[in-house]
Write a protein that binds this ligand. Structure first.
Ligand SMILES: Cc1cn([C@H]2C[C@H](O)[C@@H](COP(=O)(O)OP(=O)(O)OP(=O)(O)O)O2)c(=O)[nH]c1=O
Length: 190
């Protein structure tokens, strides 16, 4: 059976490898990730993981397909993926001294086309960032391509006072939920 990871994220590939799973193919879905009008963060993340999995499953009939989506939410707001310094600064200014949520959703489509879904929500508290801390972090570029403008797997972990939830989920693929999905679908881990 062919196993396809529907993701362009190198972190997801690494996290999956920790479960002993090496996909036969990596085929990013490349769907439109803009939130719908009034769409809330968790439903948005659910919809995107399901869409990514469905788009890639259609390209690989008979394969097992795993897709995921990670959304950083401040209240009802969905923070963008930071692609430039201005966006990264805006996100970090919003997160500074506050609590926020990270939703990571996972969809697995099996060889028969049946979709299974799991999700993880984490609550994180950021320290208040001084202007110097903000400038230094933004200049470092670690935020590039990351939802909410930070990467917990890098320097930004030192800004996080508390995390209740899943570290792997914040990075992009919650291992507890992913393992459960793979086991339910009969995938051998190791
Ligand atoms: C909050 C946070 C996000 N991220 C990353 C994980 C995801 O790659 C990205 C969120 O965007 P996603 O749309 O979930 O993923 P992606 O576009 O990178 O990859 P694909 O859709 O092809 O699977 O932000 C971190 O790496 N560390 C963090 O601490």
């Amino acid at each position: 059976m062919t196993f396809v990871l529907a993701s362009a994220s190198p972190r997801r590939l690494e996290l999956l490898a920790r479960l002993g799973v090496v996909p036969d193919e990596v085929d990013p879905a490349d769907v439109d990730e803009s939130p719908r009008r009034l769409e809330l963060p968790l439903p948005h993340a659910r919809r995107l993981a399901a869409e990514k999995a469905a788009v890639v499953a259609a390209r690989h009939p008979g394969a097992m397909v795993l897709a995921s989506d990670t959304v950083v939410a401040c209240g009802r707001r969905i923070l963008p993926k930071a692609e430039d310094e201005h966006t990264a600064r805006q996100c970090l200014t919003l997160l500074s001294g506050r609590r926020h949520r990270v939703h990571s959703t996972v969809t697995l489509i099996d060889a028969e086309g049946r979709a299974r879904h799991r999700e993880s929500t984490s609550v994180l508290a950021f320290k208040r960032l001084s202007p110097e801390e903000l400038d230094t972090y933004v200049a470092g570029g670690e935020w590039h391509g990351k939802a909410g403008g930070y990467a917990i797997q890098g320097y930004a972990e030192s800004f996080i006072k508390t995390l209740a939830g899943s570290h792997s989920g914040v990075m992009g693929l919650p291992l507890f939920e992913t393992r459960a999905l793979l086991v339910a679908a009969g995938v051998r881990l190791g």
